[in-house]
Design a binder for this molecule. Structure first.
Ligand code: SF4
Length: 356
């Protein structure tokens, strides 16, 4: 009976040990495979020189290493680089490398924005990925390797490794819960990238039950919740997820309180500023109310308009007035300027064109 080769990049370290044992090798061969695959990014079994020659020869018949392949990159005038990766399925995902330069021109912080799914089932009306619908989940390895490859690119391009990872690319990370958590473990593993948990942020559209589960599972990274509207009616009109009673703002409030109480950490609310839709003083007051649910901060995002979706970015004057209302109510607030505006860097735009 023949079976298709197992994808070793989708396995945890413990699974790799079990894989080695199931083929008559000691468990430590699995740990060697882990170091080659996730630490040295090696996908050619022949080059894994500390494995016995006989095992190396058998491996291509037993297993494969499903790593994404770069198929395209675009560099913006602000230094942001967007990568398109081809998956084994033939579909594509995108990842973005975002450098922040200090006054001397050196890169201080370098952030990777990573995708967790091809497409997305959540259907947010302002988002290019949301218009694609859901295509597939990524494996933990496919998520991890986006970061690992961009980490290498960051050292080449900016002279320093990646400092922060945000799960804010294509997809709803908590719909691909197990692979996302496994990829976070990989990012943190000392024989892989060894990143600190505080450098990793998982973003969700607000799947309340999964937020509770994150807290209960001891997730160590940061949590960001895409809020984008401060009341039930407006939120439901742009984010279909809010129309269900188990994922509406009330459910979200209870889940966030559970999360902050259980973890002792704050939550970040992401709030895209849409001109004339959610940027009035009244909206800011309501947003301040949401921010008061639990220890939190608010990140205001200057929206990168997606052609044909009908949303525009708020102007600077409105932004400043909005911030003023929040600050008066002692809300912690930061502003994120859109990056890579000349390279389709709004979520999902590059891969949407490629995948059709
Ligand atoms: S904003 Fe995020 S959750 Fe909403 S459709 Fe786009 S990718 Fe999915």
């Amino acid at each position: 009976m023949s079976s298709s080769p197992q994808d070793l990049a989708a396995l945890s370290r413990a699974d790799l040990e079990a894989f080695a044992q199931s083929h008559g090798e000691p468990a430590f061969r699995g740990r060697q495979l882990f170091r080659w695959i996730f630490g040295r990014l090696e996908s050619d079994f022949e080059r894994m020189t500390d494995l016995p020659a006989a095992f190396r020869e058998r491996l291509p018949g037993l297993a494969r290493i499903g790593v994404p392949r770069e198929t395209q990159r675009q560099t913006a005038s602000d230094g942001t680089v967007k990568f398109l990766f081809g998956l084994g399925s033939g579909r594509h995902v995108e990842s973005v490398l975002i450098p922040d330069f200090d006054a001397t021109g050196a890169a201080g912080r370098v952030t990777v924005c990573v995708s967790s799914q091809v497409g997305c089932a959540m259907g947010c009306t302002f988002c290019a990925t949301g218009q694609m619908g859901f295509r597939q989940n990524l494996t933990a390895g496919e998520i991890y390797f986006q970061v690992a490859f961009l980490n290498r690119e960051s050292s080449t391009l900016f002279g320093r490794p990646v400092t922060n990872v945000v799960y804010m690319g294509m997809g709803e990370p908590l719909q691909n819960y197990d692979a996302v958590l496994q990829s976070v473990q990989l990012l943190m593993h000392e024989e892989a990238l060894g990143m600190a948990a505080r450098r990793i942020t998982v973003s969700t559209v607000g799947l309340a039950a999964r937020i509770r589960r994150l807290a209960d599972d001891g997730f160590a990274g940061n949590l960001a919740v895409s809020l984008h509207a401060p009341d039930q009616g407006k939120r439901s009109s742009i984010m279909p997820v809010n129309r269900g009673t188990r994922t509406d703002l009330d459910a979200l409030r209870d889940a966030i309180r559970h999360y902050t109480r259980t973890t002792g950490r704050i939550v970040t609310y992401e709030y895209c500023m849409f001109k004339g839709f959610n940027d009035s003083d009244e909206d800011a007051l309501r947003l301040a109310g949401v921010a008061g649910w639990a220890p939190s901060k608010v990140n205001l995002i200057m929206y990168n308009p997606v052609p044909g979706l009908g949303f525009e970015r708020s102007d600077e004057q409105r932004l400043n007035a909005f911030i003023g209302v929040l600050v008066d109510r002692e809300v912690r607030v930061t502003v994120r300027r859109s990056r890579g505006q000349d390279i389709d860097a709004a979520c999902g735009q590059l891969a949407t064109r490629e995948s059709g």
